[in-house]
Design a protein around this ligand. Structure first.
Ligand SMILES: C[S@@+](CC[C@H](N)C(=O)[O-])C[C@H]1O[C@@H](n2cnc3c(N)ncnc32)[C@H](O)[C@@H]1O
Ligand code: SF4
Length: 449
């Protein structure tokens, strides 16, 4: 069986497992009443925060993020006001001022905020949370909207990592996805960041986009190597027009099919490995100077809503429309609609409107899935011991794993699953063996290569 047949045999369209259970399993019964309880019983040494800024200047047709296009300053000010209210409301439920070691700004394009808006937001967060010395503060940037003075502001406010959206440098591809971005403006942002002392630089690439070819990708990668990022994320294009109607602007006939995607990923992987990057998990590549390099070698990498991370905190509080929070007890998602979010925040209400409370089975599956997604391996025996499971518990999973072994995707010996590094494209399929939900009732996802 070739890779494409195997890929369809084992799922074809599966979640990325940035959480387990995935957001598709969240229910409306787990809402802000649970949030009040989970917040008021929180006793963490150290927390992570995520701030969602759901605005961009122009719409990229491939975009799967929660964002709205605006050119109106007032809309952003109204949103920030609501965000401040949410931060104060959440903090009022906490029984002590919590320490924070990680803060991530995502979007949308958080750099749509002016320098003053960004600095004010940082001051406001510092008022409610105790930031540890050396905390990692990261921000996602659309490089088309950042000048040197903004980067200098990020540096003054303690930003230590920028994550630059790049996607593809080929002009034909850029036109087909409505995202025209020059090499020079992208390089300018990265150079300025380094000048200002922000030396942790990620770039995001996407494969599977319309009109991409191996030779166009080779040119894109040559330019990426000139930027010398510490970390490169290589995302597979998730084409979900039933969820994001603007994706219909992309011609389906021009998108890569599964066979082309597999070839494209293998090509990109080869080029990145040749340039000294180490492959991490499903879709990340890191240089030795990146903090993820060592964590990956130690096997202590984590997975969260931003993808792979070195953040080991077990609790992440998400603020802003659609933001997801992670607690010991489960996950909660904020209201996604921006105006409904603002109304509720201004009324000083907590914002979670759906989520999931983890069962013991969820926790067992989650451990298995996280181990596969991060370390490409799983010690089934250790998991059974930890949760006192009898041999029958993973009976069905063992059968599927043995079949996958026959198909050459992994080795399964002495209760240890090891996915071959060459087969990392199949990580979602192997993780899916432990997914209690999609194994029984497949849900509609994008192609998982
Ligand atoms: C919030 S954006 C990054 C910051 C900024 N908005 C930008 O685009 O430059 C997050 C990243 O998600 C990825 N992304 C967005 N939509 C995607 C999709 N449909 N499939 C795969 N990756 C996607 C892109 O690589 C993008 O850089
Ligand atoms: S990819 Fe980034 S810049 Fe483009 S619409 Fe999505 S969030 Fe905005």
């Amino acid at each position: 069986m070739d890779s494409v047949d195997l890929f369809f045999k084992y799922g074809g369209a599966l979640p990325r497992y940035t959480s387990y259970p995935t957001a598709a399993e969240f229910v409306s019964e787990v809402d802000n009443k649970k949030q009040a309880i989970w917040l008021s019983t929180l006793e963490e040494k150290s927390l992570s925060l995520y701030i969602h800024i759901p605005f961009c200047r122009s719409l990229c047709w491939f975009c799967g993020c929660h964002t709205k296009i605006t050119k109106q300053k007032g809309k952003i000010e109204t949103y920030l006001h609501a965000l401040y209210r949410e931060i104060a409301t959440v903090a009022s439920f906490l029984n002590q001022q919590q320490c924070v070691s990680h803060l991530a700004f995502g979007g949308g394009s958080p750099n749509i905020l002016t320098k003053d808006q960004f600095s004010d937001l940082m001051s406001y967060l510092r008022r409610w949370f105790n930031f540890e010395k050396g905390s990692e503060i990261s921000i996602e940037l659309d490089p088309r909207l950042v000048d040197h003075s903004k980067v200098a502001c990020y540096s003054r406010e303690g930003v230590s990592r920028i994550s630059v959206g790049l996607q593809d440098f080929d002009p034909r591809v850029q036109k087909a996805i409505n995202r025209v971005q020059s090499f020079e403006e992208t390089k300018g942002v990265i150079d300025n960041a380094r000048k200002e002392g922000i030396d942790q630089v990620n770039v995001d690439l996407i494969y599977g986009l319309p009109l991409q070819t191996l030779s166009s990708m080779k040119c894109t990668l040559e330019k990426v190597f000139l930027l010398d990022p510490n970390r490169v994320s290589v995302f597979s294009y998730a084409h979900v027009p039933w969820m994001k109607p603007h994706m219909r602007m992309i011609k389906e006939s021009e998108i890569l099919d599964a066979r082309e995607r597999i070839a494209m990923f293998k090509f990109m992987e080869g080029e990145l490995l040749d340039r000294g990057y180490m492959a991490v998990g499903l879709d990340h590549f890191v240089k030795e100077k990146d903090s993820m390099y060592q964590k990956n070698l130690e096997g202590s990498l984590q997975r969260n809503f931003q993808g792979y991370t070195t953040d080991e905190n077990e609790v992440m509080l998400g603020f802003g429309a659609s933001a997801i929070s992670k607690y010991h007890q489960g996950y909660l998602q904020n209201i996604s609609d921006i105006s409904a979010y603002q109304d509720e925040a201004e009324a000083n209400n907590l914002l979670a409107f759906r989520g999931i409370e983890l069962t013991r089975d969820n926790k067992i599956s989650r451990e298995a899935i996280e181990s596969i997604m991060t370390n490409l391996s799983l010690d089934l025996f250790a998991l059974e011991e930890k949760y006192s499971l009898d041999n029958a518990y993973f009976e069905e999973e063992r059968r599927t794993l043995s079949e996958m072994e026959k198909d050459g995707l992994l080795t399964f010996r002495e209760n240890r699953v090891q996915v071959d590094a060459e087969k990392r494209l199949f990580l979602r399929s192997v993780a899916n063996v432990f997914d209690q939900y999609t194994r029984k009732v497949p849900k509609k996802h994008s192609l998982s290569v």
